[in-house]
Design a protein. Structure first.
Length: 267
């Protein structure tokens, strides 16, 4: 067995990373081994990277079957369904931070758009649980992707429960960027995480994703709630990234999140 295969096997043996898509573990592990590190050092570094991009946002194990059962019982009762969706989203740091603005976040941004018939949600986490708040067109298609297989299975069942067409799939978006054309792509608080693995990934994704509109957002505080100048640094870096493309860009400032809506010319 190669060192890389041993690394992947060792990482997957741990409960914390057992559900991570193996292609991502392999990508990170190969990069760490290429630095001349020992197998033990590279394995530890790979786990640290996986924590930064995913593990830090899920602070405890989530009982997805139990939550799905609760959601199924709430079918047809919009108020109860939304209440349970909020409880589930609170289990993931990224969507938990968005809960205070959930009522206005999508309403404000979607008011700028034509009817949205297709959505690509990359590194989505539990954001698809916000579907009941999204003013999508009837019969809209929703494609959700993240690194956790069990989370995406749960999200897929949730979409079926809402009769939303599309799919939820585990993948390494750095190497398996989904194809197809979309009305709207979501990169919500995603780029800072992916840049932990690939420094210039923002430029590549923004150029490559085939979409009429692209919503990119950034946190304004750390996971611990500290102000580290993120509200100033992230937009500065983002505007440097998109400079020269000729895209239309509109900024949205929320209390807990900063968002940019990109409109690509000719779309």
């Amino acid at each position: 067995m190669s060192e890389l295969a041993q690394l992947v096997t060792t990482v997957q043996a741990g409960a914390k990373y057992r559900q991570v898509h193996p292609a991502l573990i392999q990508r990170i592990g190969a990069a760490e081994l290429s630095k001349g590190r020992s197998l033990k050092q590279a394995t530890k570094a790979t786990k640290n990277k996986l924590h930064q991009v995913g593990g830090a946002y899920l602070q405890s194990r989530v009982d997805y079957p139990a939550w799905l059962e609760k959601l199924e019982k709430a079918r047809g009762d919009r108020q109860t369904l939304q209440s349970i969706c909020r409880e589930v989203m609170a289990l993931h740091a990224s969507t938990r931070e968005r809960l205070p603005i959930l009522e206005t976040f999508y309403q404000r941004i979607f008011s700028e758009l034509l009817p949205i018939h297709s959505v690509l949600d990359l590194a989505c986490g539990l954001n698809p649980l916000a579907l009941p708040w999204m003013p999508l067109a009837e019969n809209a298609r929703y494609q959700a992707y993240d690194i956790y297989t069990n989370m995406m299975t749960f999200v897929g069942h949730f979409m079926d429960l809402l009769a939303v067409s599309g799919e939820a799939q585990a993948c390494d978006v750095l190497g398996e960027l989904p194809g197809g054309r979309y009305d709207l792509a979501l990169l919500l608080k995603t780029l800072p995480c992916l840049e932990q693995i690939e420094k210039d990934v923002g430029t590549r994704l923004l150029e490559t994703i085939d979409t009429a509109y692209l919503l990119v957002s950034f946190p304004v505080r750390s996971l611990g709630g500290r102000d580290k100048g993120m509200a100033e640094n992230y937009p500065t870096r983002f505007m440097e990234t998109v400079k020269g493309y000729g895209w239309g860009i509109k900024r949205f400032d929320f209390e807990v999140e900063l968002a940019f809506l990109i409109e690509k010319p000719g779309n």
